[in-house]
Design a protein around this ligand. Structure first.
Ligand SMILES: [Zn+2]
Length: 335
């Protein structure tokens, strides 16, 4: 077994983690108090009970309630700074963070430019004070209208120089993917790639749409590709990075337990697997815990763990200089 301290200190890169889903439980309670918002829980054990999800739509409900505790740009900056401090404490050198600007604009009313300025201040703090980088993926939530989706793509383009690295798509997969084609195209034509949650709550067809219509450069989750051998072949041939989040899958009932999770099969099939935490406090995990749980359950050694980080660094949407820095740090680190 690899000591957890080793995994904590090992340099890492995280490609699939949500900002609102990473709010520290203590901070969430504080924000609710400050803004006189009543949540179904007012202490930590209560929050833990609240974070027991019946299914994906229940999870979405809780997620929106959490997001609505962010009321001001200062709140946003606070949660982003705390997020970065938590990543730095785990030696996560670079994070690509999904953030649902559309929810904060619609339900809270903070204009997009104020949101992005607050997040930019936090990213500057991360770089200058903590020595780590973060970029943003603004996501379309399935169910949004096409107009809304196009607007989100426009926001991505507008904030490209302020740390946005991609257009994302998330939410309940049965609600559709292909119909947002004009939004994906707009982002791509302006030099911003698309990354897509797919193959988590629905099967291979959503992954195919993400590849063929959205032309996604990475797939969030993707774990249900296993249901279609032709898709597995395609993903292997193209080496499309999969952002695998095992504890998230178990908490949302995609697989009954970690032992049943296909991460080892995906690796054995030669797929491009990265390891991620998704919404760590909501799923009772951290990226370090994901490394510990997966390495222990599937008997992976330290070099296999390092490989997850190597692949994540290579699939990061950063310039070649930053990529080389990440690789140098990951490759040279010794436990
Ligand atoms: Zn996610």
């Amino acid at each position: 077994m690899i000591p957890i301290e080793t995994l904590r200190k090992m340099p890492k890169v995280e490609l699939h983690v949500h900002l609102e889903g990473s709010i520290r439980p203590e901070t969430l309670l504080k924000l609710a108090r400050w803004h006189e918002i009543s949540l179904p829980a007012d202490d930590l054990p209560g929050l833990e009970r609240w974070y027991t999800f019946r299914d994906f739509s229940h999870f979405v409900e809780v997620y929106i309630a959490i997001s609505q505790c962010i009321r001001t740009p200062e709140d946003l900056e606070l949660i982003a700074r705390e997020f970065l401090a938590g990543q730095a404490a785990q030696n996560i050198l670079h994070s690509e963070v999904t953030y649902t600007a559309a929810t904060i604009e619609k339900h809270v009313g903070i204009p997009f430019d104020e949101q992005i300025s607050a997040l930019k201040r936090a990213m500057d703090y991360g770089r200058e004070e903590l020595g780590i980088s973060m970029s943003l993926i603004l996501d379309i939530v399935r169910g949004h209208s096409l107009d809304r989706a196009v607007q989100i793509a426009e926001w991505c383009v507008e904030a490209k120089e302020q740390g946005v690295c991609a257009l994302g798509i998330a939410g309940e997969e049965w609600r559709g993917t292909a119909e947002y084609e004009p939004a994906y195209r707009l982002a791509r034509e302006c030099g911003l790639p698309v990354v897509a949650h797919a193959g988590e709550t629905c099967g291979p067809e959503v992954i195919w749409d993400s590849l063929n219509v959205a032309q996604a450069v990475r797939i969030g989750h993707g774990v249900r590709c296993q249901e279609d051998p032709a898709l597995v072949d395609e993903l292997r041939k193209r080496q499309v990075p999969l952002e695998v989040c095992p504890s998230s899958n178990v908490c949302l009932g995609v697989f009954p337990s970690l032992v049943d999770h296909p991460i080892k099969q995906l690796l054995d099939q030669g797929l491009y697997v990265t390891l991620n935490s998704d919404d760590p406090p909501m799923f009772g995990t951290t990226l370090t815990d994901e490394f510990a749980r997966v390495s222990e359950t599937f008997n992976l050694d330290f070099e296999a763990c390092r490989s997850f980080s190597v692949r994540a660094a290579d699939a990061a949407l950063v310039d070649t200089t930053r990529k080389a820095e990440l690789r140098a740090e990951i490759d040279s680190w010794q436990p």
